[in-house]
Design a protein around this ligand. Structure first.
Ligand code: DOR
Ligand code: ZN
Length: 429
């Protein structure tokens, strides 16, 4: 049995072009990519998927999500998160370790992989903790975690404050071939803050988190990457200062990579006026100048990756005073349309946008994925880039609905997701 994806516009990241193509898929792999109309008739045992008017993307790879299992299954499970992921066009998700218990040992990593296999929606890559209980004191067993299937290391949600420990973590991570993802925050500067420290926080009377809280730690990590010549990946970049620091480090040849999330190039701190807790995220939404700098960083390649930082929270944790609400918003089902907005604005070409959501995270994680070419695994998404719709809460597949984009008009929608040649998700209406 083979599958023929017919007359789509293929995003070819190797050539950096979008070209009209037909794809033939057999045994889970792409066996042929042909110009349209080359194939004249459908043979027997061929399933045809009509992709006319659609764009064929490599399956998206989100290197930063929170799936909440084990421990907080009321917010999200691996199965519900994976389902939301495939609906959003993702075929691979790397899930952060701040679960309960945290993923700081082999048993939790193996549990996550088992649950993922059972859910059987998309590829799940467990990110293990850098330090035991993410306390920043004792390193986890990197070698053992790698053997158990951990794909990367991070204490996301918490910084590794001790610089000497971070230095060792970078060295051991490189030795074990694990990517280290750093949550950059100086807790002494941000403690107690609930939004960006600036004109809006002063006006509406909320305590602020200064940009320096992120930037001092980004600078620290760049110094350590330079000292050790070991790579570091900076999570959720939110400030103009961080973009400048990374740009300069890259110019000097320091092995640093970086990601941002769609909310940091879509919203700014004015969104907090009105106290909508769905825009309470850590790091916080910054100023319009920061948003502009992030767009420039994406456009000139300083920021390599767009990840979601999908952070599901229950209504009980969000329908509270702004001060008391949890940090985080969901993102798996809105990342694609929000990123397409950058393409429409002219900030990124389509190929560049998709590169930041597929082949770039794949190469940073060291996995073989993210390219649609002959011989590659058939992980892909078929999207309608022109489809415009109002996001309805009831349409969200994630178990938690904490998105500030509910009720907003979005443009660009995933229609079908295929993993290893199998259709794992298809839009019904
Ligand atoms: O907004 C956030 N939510 N930032 C983090 O660092 C953690 C995350 C979560 O786990 O909810
Ligand atoms: Zn996170």
């Amino acid at each position: 049995m083979s599958t023929w994806i017919k007359s789509g516009s293929l995003v070819d990241l190797e050539e950096g072009v979008v070209k009209k193509s037909d794809l033939i898929i057999e045994k889970g792999r792409i066996v042929k990519i042909l110009p349209p109309d080359t194939i004249k008739e459908k043979g027997s045992h061929v399933k045809v998927i009509d992709a006319s008017g659609k764009v064929i993307l490599p399956g998206l790879i989100d290197m930063h999500v929170h799936l909440r299992e084990p421990g907080h299954e009321y917010k999200e499970t691996i199965a519900t998160g994976a389902k939301a992921g495939v609906a959003g066009g993702f075929t691979t998700l790397a899930c952060m370790p701040n679960t309960d218990p945290p993923n700081d040992n082999r048993a939790v990593t193996e549990f996550i992989l088992r649950q993922a296999q059972e859910a059987d929606f998309c590829r799940i890559l467990p990110v293990a903790a850098i330090t035991m209980r993410q306390e920043g004191k004792v390193l986890t067993e990197f070698g053992d975690l790698k053997k158990a299937g951990a794909a990367a290391l991070s204490d996301d949600g918490f910084p590794v404050t001790n610089s000497e420990l971070m230095r060792r973590a970078l060295e051991y991570a490189q030795y074990h071939g694990l990517t280290l993802i750093s949550h950059c925050e100086d807790l002494n500067l941000s403690r107690g803050g609930v939004m960006h420290e600036g004109s809006v926080s002063t006006r509406i009377g909320l305590s602020g988190i200064p940009s320096a809280s992120e930037e001092v730690m980004v600078f620290r990590d760049i110094c350590l990457a330079k000292l050790t010549n070991c790579p570091v990946h900076i999570a959720h970049v939110s400030t103009a200062g961080t973009v400048d620091l990374i740009r300069k480090a890259k110019e000097e040849g320091v092995p640093v990579s970086a990601e941002t999330a769609p909310h940091y190039f879509t919203l700014d701190h004015h969104a907090v006026i009105g106290y909508n807790t769905h825009v309470k995220v850590n790091p916080p939404l910054r100023t319009l100048e920061d948003v502009q700098a992030i767009k420039e960083g994406l456009s000139d390649g300083v920021i390599d990756v767009i990840a979601t930082d999908h952070a599901p929270h229950n209504v009980l944790e969000k329908e509270l005073e702004f001060d008391k609400a949890a940090f985080g918003m969901i993102g798996l089902e809105t990342a694609l349309p929000l990123t397409m907005e950058l393409v429409r604005e002219g900030v990124l070409r389509l190929t560049e946008a998709i590169r930041k959501m597929s082949s770039n995270p794949a190469s940073i994680l060291g996995i073989e994925a993210g390219h649609l070419k002959e011989g590659a695994r058939a992980d892909l998404a078929l999207i309608d880039p022109e489809y415009e719709y109002v996001l309805q809460e009831k349409a969200i597949l994630s178990k938690s609905k904490n998105s500030p984009f509910v009720g907003k008009t979005l443009k660009g929608r995933n229609e079908l997701t295929m993993i290893g040649g199998k259709v794992v998700w298809k839009r019904e209406s």
